[in-house]
Design a protein around this ligand. Structure first.
Ligand code: SF4
Ligand code: SF4
Length: 231
């Protein structure tokens, strides 16, 4: 028998993401323009990631979902050197300082100095700063880990797939656009925008904690890797 009940109209994921992008823009712009030191920057990064988490959860609720290949301990996407923004690099390092024991922090320092070829925050197949991981890491998803092994973690090349796309794809698009928005805001405020490599930024912040203040004062080129000066 035909179902004659009227189903409630589904919220458009694109409209929702637009709405949250405006909120995220305002949060970042106001937070960065009034930040006066490291704790303000870290607080801002936490607030931005909390907003991203909220968006991810809501997209999961309103979008089509099917099982992903992603699971705890699957770390192919972390066996890379990722790029992020200075505010999230600062948060990642602060989180490591807060939660690592001495052995793990020493291991992190060794990795940062010796320039490992995988993310230095990957320990025992898991992200050691999971709740503070940068936005790019939150956007990775896959239906087939074999594609990840070939370097495709999020169907980025497919672009926006419309309102019927999987929640993970919508979220990846949101995060990608937000990262670009953040860079534009930084540029408008006279700051050196990302992207920067997480491992380079973490090493620089570890060796010279004043770097974040210098970045906020408008100084440029602070987070470059040791081998980029030859070009
Ligand atoms: S994106 Fe790929 S490598 Fe990363 S957790 Fe998912 S399936 Fe594993
Ligand atoms: S920060 Fe965490 S999630 Fe991101 S690449 Fe490194 S280990 Fe993986």
């Amino acid at each position: 028998m035909q179902n004659t009940e009227t189903s409630p109209q589904r919220r458009s994921p694109l409209d929702y993401m637009r709405e949250k992008m405006v909120q995220a823009d305002s949060l970042f712009r106001n937070g960065l323009s009034t930040a006066t030191g490291e704790s303000d920057i870290i607080d801002l990064a936490k607030k931005m990631l909390a907003l991203c988490d909220e968006v991810g959860q809501e997209l999961h609720r309103i979008c089509p979902v099917q099982p992903l290949a992603c699971h705890s301990g699957c770390d192919t996407c972390c066996r890379n050197l990722i790029q992020t923004n200075p505010v999230f690099a600062a948060l990642g390092l602060a989180e490591a300082r807060r939660t690592f024991d001495k052995n793990q922090f020493d291991a992190l320092q060794d990795r940062l100095v010796s320039q490992t070829l995988f993310c230095p925050f990957l320990f025992d197949g898991k992200c050691s700063i999971y709740h503070s991981r940068p936005m790019v890491c939150r956007g990775y998803y896959s239906f087939d880990v074999e594609l990840c092994k070939q370097g495709d973690y999020s169907e980025k090349n497919m672009g926006y797939q419309g309102d019927g796309a999987h929640a993970a794809h919508q979220y990846m698009i949101f995060l990608f656009v937000l990262e670009k928005r953040i860079e534009s805001i930084e540029q408008e405020l006279g700051l050196d925008p990302g992207p920067i490599f997480l491992h380079d930024a973490a090493r620089v912040l570890l060796e010279s904690p004043e770097t974040l203040d210098l970045w906020q004062s408008g100084k440029r080129g602070l987070f470059a890797g040791p081998d980029t000066g030859d070009q």
